[in-house]
Design a protein. Sequence first.
Length: 95
Amino acid sequence: MTAFFISTWSVKDRAKFDEYVAKAEASLIPHGGERLLWGRMESVLAGEIDYDECVVVQFPDLEALNAWHESEAYQRIIPIRRDAVRVTVAAYSTK
């Protein structure tokens, strides 16, 4: 079943964020990750939101998503992400 990595964030340090994004994008390739959406929130239609941007990355399955997330390449850049953004990340799979 297809799996999706969904992250929502507000940027704290744009330079560090740009560094993180470049490295994160490269780390997706070996695991079949494909960015489907990277967008900026335009309006809140219902509820409360405490972030400005989001990304949706599709993986062939949950195993590929988890392998990417636990990979040395991705784990190495998480400290950059911590300094760059206030973030929430989640994994979803199709039914």
